[in-house]
Design a protein around this ligand. Structure first.
Ligand SMILES: *[C@@H]1O[C@H](CO)[C@@H](O)[C@H](O)[C@H]1NC(C)=O
Ligand SMILES: *[C@@H]1O[C@H](CO)[C@@H](O)[C@H](O)[C@H]1NC(C)=O
Ligand SMILES: *[C@@H]1O[C@H](CO)[C@@H](O)[C@H](O)[C@H]1NC(C)=O
Ligand SMILES: *[C@@H]1O[C@H](CO)[C@@H](O)[C@H](O)[C@H]1NC(C)=O
Ligand SMILES: *[C@@H]1O[C@H](CO)[C@@H](O)[C@H](O)[C@H]1NC(C)=O
Ligand SMILES: *[C@@H]1O[C@H](CO)[C@@H](O)[C@H](O)[C@H]1NC(C)=O
Length: 281
């Protein structure tokens, strides 16, 4: 639970004591009942719009809607994403673009990942097994095995030329300018991910469609850090557990130290820099 840490710098010698607390998951009001929408369980930090406001985190991203068994997450600019899963044990959720998670192949994203405004300190992209799918429009056919034919997803009137000559493609990964085939322009990009590690980079159209329909994963663990933040701790997620680290500095006047730092005695000084390691609580 406690670990002494010694950090020396040229100017001063600081003695740090780190102590960790593991935050319990039941940070929510015990009087709040969890809700559900379709097969998705909704509890703190999430809530449905119809649930009492104090049953969810105060950030509006956590206020979900339920429309015909589909859980909806609303971004700051009121884009409605589909929530495919919420996993409370590792503080994650899987979100999809409503244009891409249909059974229809081919399909087009409604939103572009480049102006995704779901993200904040409370919600960020979790990038394991994730890929970016780029949608391209070309004025002549491209014979590149990495370019897979797709319907035209964009706005035809944005093309000054004859739109029936547009050849549209999807490709996995973000395309660098020098990789872009001649007469091709970016249309949009979409985040995708896979339930298993991604290996080859030679995808078929239906594999790309499945990755897009599966959605992308976000982490919302920071919503569980309110108490830690109030206690001026440093909140991290490690091995699916939230840790709150507190640092005690020897040069902090006793009167300004937190309770645990006041009590600590620091008997030794080591010259070497010791990496601070927090023992799992
Ligand atoms: C939770 O459910 C119980 C039993 O159905 C009910 O009495 C209580 O009012 C509910 N609490 C809230 C916050 O809706
Ligand atoms: C939602 O799911 C329930 C249970 O599976 C089903 O009875 C109901 O008809 C569904 N509602 C809609 C609007 O699809
Ligand atoms: C959380 O668990 C779910 C279900 O096992 C898994 O699909 C997801 O990738 C995990 N996410 C993180 C961030 O560990
Ligand atoms: C299509 O593009 C034109 C010209 O760029 C623009 O005026 C129009 O609003 C766009 N339509 C849609 C649906 O985005
Ligand atoms: C657009 O191009 C197609 C094929 O090249 C041609 O058949 C068609 O007449 C063109 N339409 C216009 C409005 O130029
Ligand atoms: C990708 O797949 C195609 C068709 O199956 C094959 O011809 C090509 O060599 C593959 N490319 C790579 C890099 O594996």
């Amino acid at each position: 639970m406690f670990k002494l840490v010694f950090v020396s710098s040229r100017l001063t010698v600081l003695v740090l004591l780190t102590y960790c607390t593991t935050i319990s998951r039941s940070q929510n009001n015990p009087l709040c009942n969890s809700s559900s929408c379709g097969d998705i369980k909704i509890s703190y930090p999430f809530r449905l719009r119809t649930d009492p406001a104090n049953c969810g985190h105060s950030d509006p991203i956590f206020m979900l809607d339920c429309r015909g068994n589909q859980t909806i997450m609303n971004s700051k600019s009121r884009k409605s994403y589909h929530v495919q899963a919420i996993t409370y044990s590792n503080f994650s959720a899987r979100i999809s673009d409503p244009g891409l998670d249909t059974n229809n192949q081919p399909s087009c994203p409604i939103y572009s990942s480049t102006d995704n405004d779901l993200y904040s300190r409370y919600m960020f992209l979790y990038s394991t097994n994730s890929i970016v799918v780029t949608f391209l429009n070309c004025l002549s056919p491209v014979s590149n095995p990495l370019y897979i034919e797709n319907p035209f997803c964009g706005n035809t009137s944005a093309f000054s030329s004859n739109s029936s000559r547009i050849h549209s493609y999807v490709t996995v990964g973000s395309i660098l300018v020098w990789d872009l085939e001649e007469f091709c322009t970016y249309d949009t990009m979409a985040e995708a991910s896979s339930p298993s590690p991604l290996e080859d980079d030679n995808y078929t159209y239906s594999q790309i469609h499945d990755l897009l329909a599966y959605g992308f994963e976000v982490s919302w663990y920071y919503a569980m850090c309110t108490k830690c933040e109030e206690d001026k701790g440093s909140c991290t997620l490690e091995d699916d557990k939230i840790h709150c680290r507190h640092y005690c500095y020897e040069d902090t006047p006793l009167s300004e130290r937190s309770f645990l730092c006041k009590r600590s005695i620091m008997p030794f000084l080591f010259k070497n820099l010791t990496e601070h390691v927090c023992v799992r609580a």
